[in-house]
Design a protein around this ligand. Structure first.
Ligand code: BES
Ligand code: MN
Ligand code: ZN
Length: 503
């Protein structure tokens, strides 16, 4: 799907469908919707008067034009009430429209820049949100399906029609930014949806090299021997049970130039999590093909940050391995040693994400990262706490966490902070090692315990931990979020880098 901005009159635009909008309670539409209403001899006003169009959020009413417009149909999209109307509503509306119109015969869709007229929002922000919403909402993973052509119907092009010529160039640039953000999100979704036999750590490294070539990123991939040489015993303890070789992928982008890394993005890359010797039950285990969502997200984010040319130096680090039970697997009670010398008693081999992240965080610090964000499908407990509405943030630095919260909010992603009080340190004390990898004594707080385990590996570097295990996979479409891999955190991290680049 392509998205672009075109100067013109939407009532005269040649398209298979024209999308206009209406706030709840408006009886005489103005702006572009008013122009289309006049071209339709007042059909929209009439439908409002008769109660068939109400402008409620999520409402989409199709009006057939019967030759009065070049387009055969007009969709009137409800904006809801004016209070609380925001850029997230625009993004979600665009996503809903694309899904509703997806059928054979609809190739080109012309739309107003929803929100930019009487909505009072910034036209560039609206254009970006429509680009993001259209591409994100239209996402599907059909790679392994031999479906009939009807089911594969895709909208070819969404054209934002703007009557004010002076605004078009800036809106077009905003669309191009939105396209990069959405493509990165869809890339992370593709990787997360990919079954583990099609996306091993080796294949992740190969695909990363391809992206690095495209966008001009540095790439380094450490194999098992190189990780051994660095003393990454924690990461390697997870890989021990698998026949697939682990890979530690590092992408580097120096947009600012000069030395040092302003930001390291570290993502959990378990290409399949069986639980290891502490094996998981069979029910829903297939979902664990997506346990590399964090890794895919940081790789996709770095790719986008490079494509956008942001003036910031960014690292993406992705520790990738399977977590398998076997004769060579790590066993409960084993003690392993991370790169920074900290020893870990592995009580439960299913708490493997924190083990791979521990060494990845150490490496980010060794490389001189000034700030670190890690993202991981780390705990089932985060679903108990927060459901699938938002993801959890935990931090050692309030100010940095506020920046991350703002970056996520700008992406339309809800986040919620959990406390990191020192009382929780008790939970991970071990009798035989410096720490244990799960909380002792059934005291709960599983998501915080995961973050508390990671905290010493982040050291003194300002750090935010994102636990996305509640939102990484969705059971149904919800605005820009589509069923299956959601892509949460990708645009938040890109926005963070963009904000850091602006100072
Ligand atoms: N990958 C899982 C967490 C997860 C669960 C992600 C459900 C997405 C959906 C993680 O490795 C795990 O198994 N965590 C354990 C930790 C426990 C052993 C302390 C969990 O949440 O049960
Ligand atoms: Mn696990
Ligand atoms: Zn896991």
């Amino acid at each position: 799907m392509k998205v672009r901005v075109s100067e013109g009159d939407i009532a005269r635009f040649e398209a298979d469908a024209v999308v206009v909008n209406l706030f709840e309670g408006v009886t005489a539409p103005g702006g572009g919707t008013g122009a289309v209403d006049r071209a339709l001899d007042g059909a929209i006003s009439r439908l409002i008067a008769e109660g068939d169009i109400r402008g409620k959020a999520g409402e989409l009413v199709t009006v057939h034009t019967l030759g009065r417009l070049p387009a055969p149909r007009v969709v009137v999209a409800g904006l809801g009430s004016r209070e609380g109307f925001d850029i997230d509503a625009v993004r979600n509306l665009a996503a809903n429209v694309v899904r509703a119109l997806r059928r054979p015969g609809i190739r080109r869709v012309a739309t107003l820049a929803h929100g930019a007229g009487i909505g009072g929002l910034d036209p560039e922000a609206c254009a970006q949100a429509i680009a993001e919403g259209s591409l994100l909402g239209g996402y599907r993973f059909l790679k392994h399906k031999s479906a009939a052509d009807d089911e594969r119907a895709e909208i070819g092009e969404v054209v934002i029609v703007e009557h004010d010529a002076a605004k078009v160039a800036a809106m077009q640039r905003a669309v191009e930014r939105g396209v990069v953000l959405a493509e990165a999100t869809n890339l992370a979704r593709d990787w997360a949806n990919e079954p583990s036999n099609h996306l091993t750590p080796t294949i992740m490294a190969e695909r990363s090299a391809q992206l690095a070539r495209e966008a001009g990123l540095e790439i380094e991939v450490l194999d098992r021997e190189q990780m051994e040489a660095k003393g990454m015993g924690s990461l390697l303890s997870v890989a021990k049970g698998s026949a697939e070789p682990p890979k530690l992928i590092r992408l580097g982008y120096r947009g600012r130039g000069g030395d040092g890394w302003d930001l390291a993005l570290v993502g959990k890359g378990i290409t399949f999590d069986t639980g290891g010797i502490s094996i998981k039950p069979a029910a829903n285990m297939e979902a664990m093909k997506a346990d590399m969502t964090g890794a895919a997200s940081v790789i996709a984010a770095a790719w986008a940050i490079a494509r956008l040319g942001a003036k910031v130096n960014v690292l993406a680090i992705a520790p990738c391995t399977e977590n398998m039970p076997s004769g060579s697997a790590t066993k409960p009670g084993d003690v392993v040693r991370a790169m920074n010398g900290r020893t870990i008693e592995v009580i439960n081999t299913d708490a493997e994400g924190r083990l791979v992240l521990a060494d990845a965080l150490c490496w980010a610090n060794e490389l001189g990262a000034k700030r670190i964000v890690d993202v991981a499908t780390l705990t089932g407990a985060v679903t108990t706490a927060l459901g699938d509405v938002c993801y959890a943030l935990m931090t050692n630095d309030d100010a940095f966490c506020r920046e991350v919260e703002a970056a996520a909010a700008a992406a339309g992603e809800k986040t919620w902070r959990l406390p990191m009080w020192k009382e929780y340190d008790e939970y991970i004390k071990s009798d035989v090692a410096d720490c244990r990898n799960v909380g002792a004594g059934n005291r709960g707080a599983g998501t915080i315990v995961g973050a508390k385990f990671l905290e010493p590996f982040a050291g003194k570097t300002p750090w935010v931990h994102m636990d996305i295990a509640g939102v990484d996979n969705m059971s149904s479409d919800r605005g820009w979020v589509t069923k299956g891999a959601s892509g949460y955190s990708v645009r938040a991290m890109i926005n963070l880098a963009l904000r850091m680049a602006e100072g």
